[in-house]
Design a protein around this ligand. Structure first.
Ligand code: PLP
Length: 405
């Protein structure tokens, strides 16, 4: 699907055609996105919102049009609910700071899960330390699904917020966030969904999902780095205080009292990444022209094919085998005597053959500890990957195993 739109895919790595299977870490950018960045700096670069001059007005309009595109992408009620951040990590830190300041006190509880990315652990841990609150963790079942019975047992009147990944960045597994949201809302508890790995791979509808907050990064969806989104229901964003102070987020400033700007600007201190938002708008146009459902179907088929081919290799163990996945498959390789071949060694030998995968703890150490391994090898697909890419990867893996066994 559309490999020719991505110039980087023509690069040779160690003399081989690049097979890029590290899309969960970041995606490559189509030419339209690269052109948008050059266009912005070449033709209309100016700081937004503050200028009466022409370029500033053009830049402001393009930045706000991009916000509209994001709102449409995730089916938000309005673009006021779209806050531009630096990325998923920044969004989660901002939420933990703002929600925590306003809503969390000593003895309150925050719930996350065993399989979260560090970005969805550490900001909540820091909040708990600041406030004397307690972090609770949804455990995993043997089959690596979230233990929803245990989750029900964790919910109580002290629970202030639940924050969970929609799709695990390690396992690729789609978590039952609808049910988690339903169970939490029955008790009036707020839910944040980490959509870093779901927004690029699924059709996202925050109205249907009914999450209170959703966070994701542009760079994982063919957009630029340094840009992310914090979606929040307007009723919540209205209620919460800004997490950062500075220009843009104010209405009036005096030494006695500062008043804050309207949504979404109240949460956007300083000069925003308007070139990034414009380029992200182009990547949204790009994926929408192909169709998010078509992309999801294509990636789902590829992930299934990867798993099927991995299962044929005797030495390979796939994690969460047979589970519904979106985009990523994690595995390890074992010698005949049962000893694990370090994922790093597998990754290096794949790289020598032009195949880019990720190895290690994938910023999810508690999950990796739970699995009892030093890390995994993760192959993750994007819209431009093909069955042929998978065949190259599998044959490179077989060669690597022969060398390492
Ligand atoms: N959450 C999940 C599930 C992720 O996969 C990632 C990145 O891999 C993040 C959060 C952090 O995203 P970023 O590094 O773009 O802030």
């Amino acid at each position: 699907m559309n490999q020719e739109d991505f110039p980087i895919l023509n690069e040779l790595v160690h003399g081989r055609r690049l097979v890029y299977l590290d899309n969960a870490a970041t995606t490559q950018k189509p030419q339209v996105v690269l052109d948008a960045i050059t266009e912005a700096y070449s033709h209309w670069n100016a700081n937004v919102h503050r200028g009466v001059h022409h370029l500033s007005q053009v830049a402001t309009q393009k930045h706000e049009e991009a916000r509209e595109k994001v709102a449409q992408l995730i089916h938000a009620h309005s673009s006021e609910e779209i806050i531009f951040t630096k990325g998923t990590t920044d969004s989660l830190n901002m939420l933990a700071r703002s929600f925590g300041d306003a809503m969390v006190k000593e003895g309150d509880e925050i719930i996350i899960s065993q399989l979260e990315h560090h970005s969805n652990i550490v900001p909540w841990q820091m909040l708990c330390e600041r406030k004397g609150a307690v972090l609770k963790v949804i455990p995993l079942c043997e089959d690596l699904s979230l233990d929803l019975e245990a989750f029900k047992g964790l919910l109580n009147e002290k629970t202030k917020l639940v924050s969970v990944a929609h799709v695990s960045n390690v396992l690729g597994v789609v978590n039952p966030v609808e049910e988690i949201i339903h169970l939490a809302h029955e008790r009036g508890i707020v839910v944040c969904v980490d959509g870093a790995q779901s927004v690029p791979h699924l059709v996202m509808n925050v109205k249907q999902l009914d999450c209170d907050f959703l966070v994701f990064s542009a760079h994982k969806m063919y957009g630029p780095t340094g840009l992310g989104v914090l979606y929040g229901k307007k009723e919540w964003l209205d209620k919460l205080p800004p997490a950062e102070g500075g220009g843009e987020m104010i209405e009036h400033v005096s030494f006695e009292k500062t008043t804050y700007n309207v949504l979404p600007y109240k949460f956007e201190a300083g000069t925003p990444n308007y070139v990034g938002s414009y380029a992200f708008g182009k990547s949204i146009d790009y994926v929408q022209a192909i169709g998010l459902e078509n992309i999801a179907k294509h990636e789902h088929a590829l992930a299934e094919y990867i798993e099927q081919e991995l299962n044929k290799i005797r030495q390979v163990k796939v994690y969460a085998a047979g589970k519904e996945k979106a985009g990523a498959v994690s595995f390890n390789v074992y010698r005949a005597d049962g000893a694990l071949i370090h994922p790093f060694d597998v990754g290096v030998l794949l790289d020598r053959q032009g195949v880019a995968v990720r190895t290690g703890h994938h910023c999810a150490e508690p999950l990796i500890d739970w699995l009892g391994v030093p890390g995994t090898v993760r192959a993750s697909v994007g819209l431009y990957n093909t069955k042929e890419d998978v065949d190259v990867f599998i044959s490179a893996l077989k060669k690597a195993i022969m060398m390492l066994e």
